[in-house]
Write a protein that binds this ligand. Structure first.
Ligand SMILES: O=C(O)CCC(=O)C(=O)O
Length: 313
């Protein structure tokens, strides 16, 4: 995908001046693209084949021992298709394993705190980075019904837009391809421009989480929706208020991606203060082990680690 960097207009510059930059977050082309461009960008080749293989094997080990991991992780979703629930490959039995990227040392090093991923994250939120939400692996098994409904990602920042411009502090919202994502296997679909609506009300419709209506209900047309196919190892980053969705996997191969939202150090401090005041419904990861402190990538904090029940995985 070609990145476009248009020069900021006077309105953009005014907006940049009023956008909370978290004190020391630089104005980078990446932030500019999210705030004033299309609202998303793609970076190729973050994960190597070796990383992807290691991630897949570790996830398989987690899925093989799912009863053990369920004792530590609240959100694990089985595939809706009954026929796949006892598949010989445990990796095909689940659609969503949340939080594990921030609880397992291999998935931390190979994925959540991967230096190439954090290099991009630093351009968006600065030198200190924390996970904001659970950061799940979305494992779309082949020929499965696992749709992810239209939604915006959970965020504690819900300032209404002004004059058509979003005012929420920018976080780093991404999807990283462990496998290639295609229109056939359920790649992400985005509605560029929808982030300008700010936070929208989501409704519980009995799906995997509260959801939005179809974009046409908010004044968009079908042609405003863009599919973002990716090669394995590629990264998609979008503005956290952008509406997004993914189709069922109609292919014969699994499609695994790691999705998460990262925030800056000052944002984490704000969140901590608000949690201390017992503010509800912030969509926040309880543990939040630091990924990067002042530009230095961190090992996974020992008290966050879930040690695997089997040696050698
Ligand atoms: O992996 C998917 O299909 C959906 C991921 C997603 O919706 C998200 O990251 O918020």
């Amino acid at each position: 995908m070609t990145r476009t960097h248009t020069a900021p207009t006077a309105a953009d510059l005014l907006y940049l001046a009023t956008q909370p930059t978290d004190g020391h977050t630089p104005d980078t082309p990446e932030r500019h693209e999210l705030l004033h461009g299309k609202g998303y960008f793609v970076v190729r080749g973050i994960l190597s084949e070796d990383d992807r293989q290691a991630i897949r094997e570790r996830l398989r080990m987690v899925c093989r021992n799912i009863d053990y991991y369920r004792q530590h992780i609240d959100l694990i979703k089985e595939v809706p298709d009954e026929a796949l629930r006892n598949h010989p490959d445990p990796l095909l039995r689940f659609t969503w394993v949340n939080e594990i990227g921030f609880r397992d040392e291999v998935l931390w090093e190979r994925c959540a705190a991967h230096p190439k991923l954090l290099e991009v994250a630093r351009k968006v939120v600065g030198e200190t980075i924390y996970p904001m939400n659970g950061g799940g692996f979305f494992l779309k098994p082949p020929r499965s019904q696992s749709t992810v409904p239209w939604h915006q990602d959970a965020s504690p920042f819900r300032i209404p837009p002004e004059d058509g411009q979003p005012r929420n502090p920018l976080v780093f919202d991404y999807w990283l391809g462990i496998d290639a994502a295609t229109s056939e296997n359920g790649c992400l679909q985005l509605v560029p421009g929808s982030q300008k609506l700010g936070r929208l009300e989501h409704h519980d419709k009995g799906g995997v989480f509260p959801e939005l209506e179809h974009p046409t209900q908010y004044g968009f047309s079908e042609s405003d929706i863009v599919s973002i196919p990716l090669e394995a190892g590629d990264l998609l980053v979008w503005h956290q208020d952008m509406m997004h969705y993914s189709d069922p996997n109609r292919s014969d191969h699994q499609r695994i991606g790691k999705a998460s939202v990262y925030m800056s150090g000052p944002q984490e401090q704000e969140v901590r203060q608000r949690l201390a005041k017992r503010e509800p419904n912030m969509g926040i990861n309880r543990r939040r082990p630091a990924l990067c402190l002042n530009g230095k990538i961190q090992p996974l904090r020992p008290d966050a680690i879930i040690h695997p029940p089997e040696s050698g995985g």
